[in-house]
Design a binder for this molecule. Structure first.
Ligand SMILES: [Zn+2]
Length: 217
C-alpha cells in the first residue's frame, strides 16, 4: 500500500487540466484538501517555499545507503500546517526551512537502530520514533542565497556537540540554533536535547506508528 498524492487528484477532479498544470508552476492553489488532520500528505502539495535535501533518498547518510525511493516529504496534515506557519515566520526574517527528513517508515527505523542502537540519536523501533508517526522533521535554516546557517555540526552528527546543551560555540552558532528552536517551539514543536535538527510536533507524540511507503509517481 502507498500514500497517494491526494491533493493532486482532488484538484484534477474539481478543476480539470488547468489546475493540474498549475502544480508544475511556482504558484500553488491555496485550497487545502478535505482530509483529516492525521492524514498523511505530501508537503510539496501545500507549499513550494521549502528547500529539500532529503538525506535518506541519497547514500550521503550514516546508513551509507539510499533507503528512500524518492525525495518526498510526507507528514500528517497537522504537522504540515504547523511547519507552514513556522516557515512563514522564518521567511519574514529572510530564511527558509531546509528539510533533511520527514515521515520515516518503521522498517527504515529498524535499519537505523541496527547501526546506531543508542536512543540519544536513534529511537528504538520497539517504541517507534515520532518520524514513524508522521510528526517529526529534521531541519535547518538557509538564507536568501540558499546557504545553510552555521549550526555548529552537520546533520546526523552523533556527538555531544550536536546537543542543545553544548554551548562551546560562537555566538553566531548559538543564535542560529536559538532562532530555529524559538520559532519551532512557538509553532507547536518540541526540540530534542541531543539533536539540534530534530523537532517533534507535540500533538503527534501518541499517534500510531506507520510503515507505509509513499508513491513516488
Ligand atoms: Zn529526527
Amino acid at each position: 500500500m502507498y500514500f497517494r498524492n491526494q491533493f493532486g487528484l482532488l484538484l484534477c477532479c474539481f478543476f480539470g487540466s488547468i489546475s493540474c498544470k498549475s502544480q508544475t508552476t511556482s504558484h500553488l492553489p491555496r485550497v487545502l484538501p478535505a482530509v483529516s488532520d492525521t492524514t498523511f500528505v505530501n508537503l510539496k502539495d501545500y507549499s513550494l517555499d521549502f528547500v529539500y535535501d532529503m538525506k535518506y533518498a541519497t547514500d550521503a547518510n550514516f546508513l551509507k545507503a539510499k533507503v528512500y525511493d524518492c525525495a518526498e516529504c510526507f507528514l500528517r496534515l497537522k504537522t504540515v500546517r504547523a511547519l507552514l506557519e513556522a516557515n512563514e515566520k522564518f521567511m519574514k526574517k529572510g530564511f527558509r526551512i531546509k528539510l533533511f527528513d520527514c515521515y520515516r517508515p518503521l522498517d527504515i527505523q529498524k535499519k537505523m537502530w541496527i547501526l546506531v542502537p543508542n536512543p540519544e540519536y536513534v529511537a528504538n523501533p520497539a517504541k517507534g520514533s515520532i518520524h514513524n508517526r508522521g510528526g517529526a522533521v529534521d531541519i535547518t535554516l538557509v538564507d536568501a542565497t540558499g546557504k545553510e546557517l552555521d549550526m555548529g555540526t552537520t546533520f546526523d552528527f552523533f556527538g555531544k556537540e550536536a546537543g542543545h546543551n553544548y554551548l562551546n560555540f560562537s555566538q553566531e552558532v548559538l543564535e542560529n540554533r536559538a532562532l530555529l528552536k524559538k520559532i519551532m517551539n512557538k509553532k507547536g514543536f518540541n526540540s530534542f536535547d541531543s539533536e539540534w535538527w530534530h523537532y517533534n510536533l507535540r500533538t503527534a507524540l501518541k499517534d500510531p506508528v506507520a510503515n507505509t511507503k509513499w508513491d513516488c509517481n
